[in-house]
Design a binder for this molecule. Structure first.
Ligand code: ARG
Length: 298
């Protein structure tokens, strides 16, 4: 069962066959002191250079910190670094993991754009201070991999969903299968506005997922429908303009999501989820929202 799956007909297991994994109880957040839009590395950043309201960004970020604390998560706050305006999106520089013996590990990313490469050592240093074991990809084979921007753990399962195509390469998942001893469902992304998989797929609980279907290819959609009983779909407007799918449901019940996603919120409530809305408009100018402004940790 330990392999990279790229089409539904290859899937030779059910979720019941996959060992369970504890839910994360902590998050890392990087403060937005130096957050800005200074370059364009995704379509959302176009027209927003120098356009960030710093005060508003800090307010939005602080509300989100409170939101995780109110849900009972321990929030680690790390200072941003001058000259690294995207470091606040700390879902991207690593992929953490807890193995079956309870050892905590972090796989460091190989950022796609030159502009973001220097963020990684700061995040690595923080993990080392917290006694995580650090893992690296073999960069002679893998060009890029942007951590939890593209690689999402199935809720409470040792199963990884891996997006590729814009910021991460399929080859990264061949290495991850062995490093983390876990199967990977690899999905090709097809729309550059949804350049990270966390913009078009949000894990909700073991059986439920929120997606923006048009950002995937046919094989990917078939694998999603094969393994999830409950697939909630976001509209184009909410997914693209409000980053509805960059929501996060860290405990399988409470969903933290950008304000104003009326259609998605109704669908989530109908399925029994509690919805908590946050404004992340300043961060959307850079192509990110609630999910990618934190790293889920064990
Ligand atoms: N400006 C950042 C970038 O393009 C935004 C990253 C948002 N992260 C995410 N996982 N969606 O890299």
């Amino acid at each position: 069962m330990k392999k990279v799956y790229t089409s539904a007909d290859q899937i030779d297991f059910t979720l019941n066959d996959i060992p369970s994994m504890p839910a994360p109880k902590q998050v890392l957040m990087v403060n937005p002191t130096y957050f800005d839009v200074e370059y364009v590395i995704n379509p959302h950043m176009k027209d927003h250079i120098g356009n960030v309201d710093k005060m508003q960004a800090l307010n939005e970020w602080e509300h989100l910190v409170d939101g995780y604390e109110e849900l009972g998560f321990k929030v680690h706050q790390l200072d941003g670094v001058e000259g690294l305006p995207d470091m606040v999106f700390c879902a991207n520089q690593s992929l953490p993991f807890i193995d079956e013996k309870g050892n905590r590990k972090a796989l460091m990313s190989i950022m796609h754009s030159q502009e973001r490469k220097d963020e990684v050592p700061y995040i690595e240093k923080w993990y080392k201070e917290q006694d995580y074991e650090i893992e690296y990809l073999d960069d002679s084979e893998v060009d890029d991999f942007e951590g939890m921007g593209d690689a999402l753990w199935h809720f409470k399962k040792r199963l990884l969903w891996g997006g590729y195509g814009f910021r991460s390469s399929l080859k990264a998942y061949n290495q991850i299968v062995d490093k983390f001893d876990t199967p990977v469902i690899a999905l090709e992304l097809s729309d550059d506005k949804f350049y990270h998989m966390d913009t078009c797929m949000a894990m909700l609980n073991e059986k439920s997922v929120l997606i923006y279907p048009d950002a995937f290819k046919k094989d990917g959609l078939e694998m999603i429908h094969k393994l999830f009983d409950n697939v909630i779909e976001a509209t184009q407007y909410e997914a693209e303009k409000l980053f509805a799918v960059n929501a996060t449901c860290p405990d399988g019940k409470n969903v933290l999501i950008q304000q104003g996603c009326t259609d998605v919120n109704q669908k989530l409530r109908d399925e029994g989820f509690s919805v908590h809305e946050y404004s992340t408009f300043e961060f959307i100018k850079s192509g990110g929202s609630v999910f990618c402004m934190k790293m889920l940790l064990w």
